[in-house]
Ligand binder design. Sequence first.
Ligand SMILES: [Zn+2]
Length: 315
Amino acid sequence: MHSIGIDIGGTKIAAGLVSPDGEVSQVKKVPSPAAEPDLMAETVVELIHNLQRENQVDTVGIAAAGFINSERNEILYSPNLQWRHEPLKTRIQQQVSVPVSLENDANAAAWAEFRFGSAKNADSMVMLTIGTGVGGAIIDSGRLIRGGFGIGGELGHIRLVKNGRQCGCGQRGCLEQYGSGTAFLKAARKLATSDGPAGRRLRELASENGVLTGAEVSQAITEGDVGALSLLRELGDYLGQGLASIVAVLDPEICVVGGGVSIAGEKLTEPIYFSYLNNLPARGYRPELSVVAAKLGNNAGLIGAADISRAESLQ
Ligand SMILES: [Zn+2]
């Protein structure tokens, strides 16, 4: 039997049909009405009804970017979407005939990697999602760790630098401000505008339309450009420092790295791994975790949300 997975992001909503072994089909993407909570709920219900019309569906899982309460029916706060104490699950459940569940998007993506992707042979994992921010999720002994109030696992807001860069969360020096795709692009643009030889290729790529884009930085990485790769090592260095602290608390077997920047593969996971080792407490006297890139790409959130809804309906 199939479940529907929905992933609500700041710019688009993705919906798809997910089989019990994580195969996804009939994926549809529509623009996200991020500023209008009412329209958001309506759009999600419409996507569900459309998929239900032609398919036998058992459950619906929704992944959303934001803090979700411990009852998992309400979004307490979302930085990129206009949700403040939004009873999203309740609103959608009222209009849908099968059980609906709600999950944080980073948790859902991690769950998908744990069940069907890069961590399917592990029992305990952490995931870092390197996108606009740094998303985090924890799975320990086969269970998602949501904390006492439902909002645990925000690994991007570990304090890395005292009195450091201002973060969107209101604090300073969070890992997210140094290890995100946004921070990476900012550093690349800075290098591209410098006179030094390390920025030469980035300067050439940027000159085509004036300002360097993420795609152009990706191209430089693919070409093996020295400047772009040094920035990637720097990014990995910050993330590895954060990971060493995470490991001190949680001792996971594997760290899965997802998000846009993770397409760099080993060029990113290796610097993270070596920085983690350099910062690891009691290094040499304990097992070391592996750092691997995520496998499921952009569909991870909806696959994980669907699988969580299925697992809950079986409990
Ligand atoms: Zn923060």
